[in-house]
Design a protein around this ligand. Structure first.
Ligand SMILES: Nc1nc2c(ncn2[C@@H]2O[C@@H]3COP(=O)(O)O[C@H]4[C@@H](O)[C@H](n5cnc6c(=O)[nH]c(N)nc65)O[C@@H]4COP(=O)(O)O[C@H]3[C@H]2O)c(=O)[nH]1
Length: 776
């Protein structure tokens, strides 16, 4: 996680914590404030009730005191003319001019007998026997104000002793109900339920409202039915126990209870006061809540600003860091790229093995030299060097040795050139030199120097290797004023040097280009000839001189050139060997020959073996055996009549490999004949190992027979050799009778030559076979 992400996470975390904290605090604060508000309100409700009770008590007391001093009342008591008291009028007056309603009066004798009740006619009973307070005032006639419970209800009471001239003549008692208080509270939005403790149930024998809940008497059920109903749904004691307040969210009420103890401090009455929660002013709390919210938002804003500041500071720093990283990585990449470009440039302009300039760089340098020479009129020469027999080195010792040899050659060449000359490797075994500021003499000196240094053997991993260069040279400006052309001309000259027998040099001559062009033309013509089937197989019979019978044929190629007429192999086969076209030609000739043989076989002709020429290039080609097998199989040819003629010189170039391939040919049932025997310097040890069946004495040894003593000796030796190695022998190029006689005399009976027949086209050959089927 990066710095920025960390900051964002911390900010979010802090904001979450802050919000949670704020929420908890706010909820708590609101709850506390509400509780305080409810506590205050409930206190106010109780206080109001208490002051109303006090107010009412005092009012009743005042009324009672006033009445006690009234002479009229005193007279009535003395005379017992109660009807004249006019309490009813008094009650109406009080109802009318004060809040006192439902006020009743009672007159009691100093002995404790009730002798007048304003609410009933019942009189004469002794109230002091049932009421402790009456007893007490009789004993000690003093004003007494109280709330007490009688058999009808719980009422306010005020008792005042009446004296007449200092004589205690009776007691006046005023009673009042709580209705006016209930009404007043209602006016202030409070409900009141007046409850009398259950211990008074018995006493309330004639209870006014006749309403009891759980044995508790409800004094004012009719005015507060809703509250009564709520209380009835639950247990009443739950409400009576409220010391401070209770919130009834279901009914949206704030409830509080005021307890009224009796004279002994025991519970007597209860005032359950209820207020609609909606009528409680919570605007302060709302204000406080809004205040907290405002502070919270302010703090949040500050946190956001703070984090934004930190974030942007970090962001800038991060961007800066990223930029620095980017810059350094760009720099690194640029350097890497430069290095790679340098490496690529080096690779593009240099040879990977030797590290020398390659063809591209050489041509660049030649271009430069041309530019330079144009102003200075200097001359220079371009060398094209091709190693002789490098392929043999690779084939014999492997590429590793070949590569090492090339490196050693590079070192020797470097020793020959000047510091401002350029040595290049063009690929394979080809090198080139740009010899600057050159004269013909300095060029020849350089050539000599190279050829001399190359004469010394190279030592690669204990192998002694001799090699040489064929060198072609082109001079600037006479041979060309273009870099490419100069190099090409040097190459053409090099080919001429190769043709001249290698290990030599040639200066470029315009004729060479003409010859090269001719070769290109020849190449194209041969390819076309193959396509157009211009090559034809001729057959030269081989005769057993003892009986004149045909013992076989040699297939010889002829090119029926559309313009030049019939061309013999010497005119194109060496060129085909050079270019590799011989591979196609040999395949073509083999198929033509086999088809002809099979045709003759079908016609019932007898002709012995048919030999077909094949170049070693063909034999050594990678898929030769597969190709041969395919041809034989697809034509269903009996190989026992097939003989392949391979030049001795070519076999001896790589005898080991030749043995390998010739064995495979023999396994296919094909006979092998060594052509031009005596010219290829066969090693006798190899000759023994080669799976050949026949050797053919070369025409060059036959021409001067029997006059040339050398040829006589050579031919004799070859014949003896064949006898000793149990090989068949045949002589070619026999034109004259004396040549024939000599050969037959020496034991060579199989003869091929103009003496018997020239190479013949197929149909003529057929006639020849038929003509010579019976021999002489
Ligand atoms: N002066 C003279 N010449 C005689 C006499 N008897 C035979 N010859 C010639 O001697 C050559 C014998 O063939 P080669 O030594 O295999 O030598 C062949 C063979 O090496 C090669 N060649 C011919 N056909 C093919 C072919 O299809 N493939 C390959 N790779 N080489 C072929 O070309 C060479 C030359 O072939 P050709 O010109 O047909 O020449 C033939 C033949 O015409 C004679 O009494 N006097």
């Amino acid at each position: 996680m990066n710095q920025l992400s960390r900051i964002i996470v911390v900010a979010l975390l802090l904001i979450t914590i802050f919000f949670t904290g704020s929420y908890i605090y706010l909820t708590h604060k609101v709850d506390t404030l509400k509780n305080e508000k409810y506590l205050d309100t409930s206190g106010d409700m109780r206080d109001e009730l208490q002051s109303l009770i006090k107010e009412k008590s005092e009012a009743i007391l005042l009324v009672t005191l006033g009445l006690s001093a009234n002479q009229n009342i005193k007279n009535v008591i003395k005379k017992k003319h109660y009807k004249n008291i006019g309490f009813n009028d008094l009650s109406i007056t009080l109802q009318h001019y004060s809040s006192l309603q439902n006020v009743w009066f009672q007159l009691i004798t100093p002995e404790g007998k009730s002798f007048y009740r304003s609410w009933t006619d019942k009189k004469g009973d002794n109230v002091s026997s049932v009421r402790q307070d009456i007893k007490q005032i009789i004993l000690e006639p003093k004003v007494m104000s109280t709330i007490s419970i009688g058999k009808y209800d719980m009422t306010f009471k005020a008792m005042v002793p009446i004296f007449d001239n200092g004589k205690f003549i009776g007691i006046i008692e005023t009673l009042a109900k709580f209705y006016s208080i209930t009404q007043k509270l209602k006016n202030h939005g409070n409900e009141l339920l007046i409850v009398v403790d259950k211990s008074y149930k018995k006493q309330l024998s004639e209870a006014y409202s006749q309403t009891f809940v759980d044995d508790y008497y409800i004094a004012n059920p009719f005015e507060n039915e809703k509250l009564l109903h709520i209380v009835q749904k639950s247990t009443i004691e739950k409400y009576l126990k409220i010391t401070t307040y209770m919130v009834d969210t279901e009914n949206s009420l704030l409830l509080t209870t005021l307890q009224l103890p009796d004279m002994n401090g025991n519970p007597m009455g209860y005032f359950i006061i209820a207020k609609d929660l909606k009528k409680i002013d919570l605007s302060e709390i709302e204000q406080a809540k809004n205040g907290v919210l405002e502070v919270t938002l302010l703090i949040l804003l500050l946190i956001i600003i703070l984090f934004y500041y930190i974030y942007s500071a970090n962001y800038k720093r991060l961007i800066q860091e990223q930029n620095e990283i980017l810059e350094s990585s760009v720099q690194e990449k640029t350097e890497e790229l430069e290095l790679q470009t340098n490496v690529l440039t080096f690779i593009a302009y240099h040879d990977h093995l030797t590290g020398l300039a390659n063809k591209v760089l050489l041509l660049d340098r030649i271009e430069e030299a041309i530019k330079h020479a144009k102003t200075t009129e200097e001359q220079f020469s371009v060398f094209f060097l091709d190693l002789d027999k490098f392929k043999e080195v690779n084939d014999t010792y492997g590429h590793e040795i070949g590569d090492e040899l090339l490196l050693q050659i590079k070192s020797r060449l470097k020793q020959c050139i000047k510091s401002d000359d350029t040595l290049a490797r063009l690929g394979g075994d080809e090198f080139a030199i740009l010899h600057k500021n050159a004269t013909k003499i300095s060029t020849i000196n350089l050539i000599d120097n190279i050829l001399i240094r190359m004469k010394k053997p190279f030592h690669v991993k204990n192998i002694e290797i001799f090699t040489s260069f064929s060198i072609g040279v082109a001079l600037y400006p006479q041979d060309s004023a273009k870099a490419n052309q100069l190099l090409r001309n040097a190459e053409t000259a090099m080919y001429k040097a190769k043709d001249d027998g290698k290990n030599t040099y040639q200066f470029y001559d315009k004729k060479m280009t003409e010859m090269a062009l001719q070769k290109i033309q020849l190449d194209a013509d041969i390819r076309k000839a193959l396509k157009n089937k211009e090559f034809v197989a001729y057959f030269q019979p081989k005769i057993d001189a003892r009986n004149g019978k045909v013992v076989g044929f040699e297939t010889l190629i002829r090119w029926m050139h559309p313009q030049k007429g019939m061309m013999v192999p010497d005119e194109f086969i060496p060129f085909c060997e050079e270019t590799g076209l011989v591979l196609e030609i040999d395949k073509y000739m083999l198929i033509q020959s086999i088809k002809q043989i099979m045709k003759w076989q079908k016609e019932g002709l007898e002709f012995g073996k048919v030999s077909v020429n094949v170049s070693t290039k063909k034999i050594e080609s990678s898929n030769y055996i597969e190709e041969l097998t395919y041809i034989i199989d697809s034509l269903q040819f009996d190989t026992s009549v097939l003989e392949l003629e391979i030049l001795e010189g070519q076999i001896m170039k790589n005898p080991q490999k030749s043995i390998e391939i010739l064995n495979k040919l023999r396994d296919l049932g094909i006979s092998i004949s060594i052509d031009d025997f005596g010219t290829g310097y066969s090693s006798l040890s190899y000759l023994k190992k080669l799976p050949v069946t026949k050797i053919k004495i070369d025409r060059s040894f036959v021409i001067d027979l029997p006059t040339s003593k050398d040829d006589v000796a050579i031919v004799r030796t070859i014949i003896n050799l064949a006898e000793n190695l149990k090989l068949e022998i045949i002589a070619e190029g026999v034109e004259k009778r004396e040549q024939l006689d000599f050969l037959v005399n020496e034991g060579c009976y199989n003869i091929q030559g103009y003496y018997f027949s020239r190479p013949l086209p197929a149909d003529e050959c057929k006639e020849f076979i038929i003509a010579h089927s019976k021999g002489k």
